[in-house]
Design a protein around this ligand. Structure first.
Ligand code: DGP
Length: 112
């Protein structure tokens, strides 16, 4: 999608510190980290949000979560949290589906 920053990162048109990529998934360090490890995991294809997903996106959602587990393992993160903000009121500021992988510090519950 033309105006989407995460589409641009996925296409290599905008710089980011990539940590993982395959045909369907791209992961990179968050620009504004909230933990020592804060990695964003996105689908290469533009999907606006989890609410915008349908049955057809089931495999893609699984791939994103499996990528998160692989990245956590690679980075020796035994404890980590996967966060998905859906909608502005929940803190979604970029309208391209993404998981936040957070780790490297104690993560309190409940989240704010
Ligand atoms: P959310 O608020 O859930 O939509 O998360 C969006 C995250 O994306 C936020 O933590 C900051 C990060 N972010 C925004 N723009 C960029 C960018 O251009 N590069 C990188 N690496 N991260 C970005």
């Amino acid at each position: 999608m033309a105006d989407c920053i995460f589409c641009k990162i996925a296409a290599g048109e905008m710089r980011a510190r990539l940590v993982y990529e395959n045909d369907d998934v791209v992961a990179f360090h968050d620009l504004n980290p909230q933990a020592p490890a804060h990695i964003l995991i996105i689908p290469r294809r533009h999907v606006a949000s989890l609410s915008a997903c349908s049955e057809e996106d089931g495999a893609l959602l699984g791939k994103l979560q499996l990528a998160a587990a692989a990245i956590a393992k690679e980075n020796k993160l035994e404890n980590f949290r996967l966060v998905l903000n859906n909608g502005k009121g929940a803190g979604q500021s970029v309208a391209h589906l993404h998981y936040h992988l957070l780790g490297g510090r104690r993560l309190n519950w409940p989240p704010g």
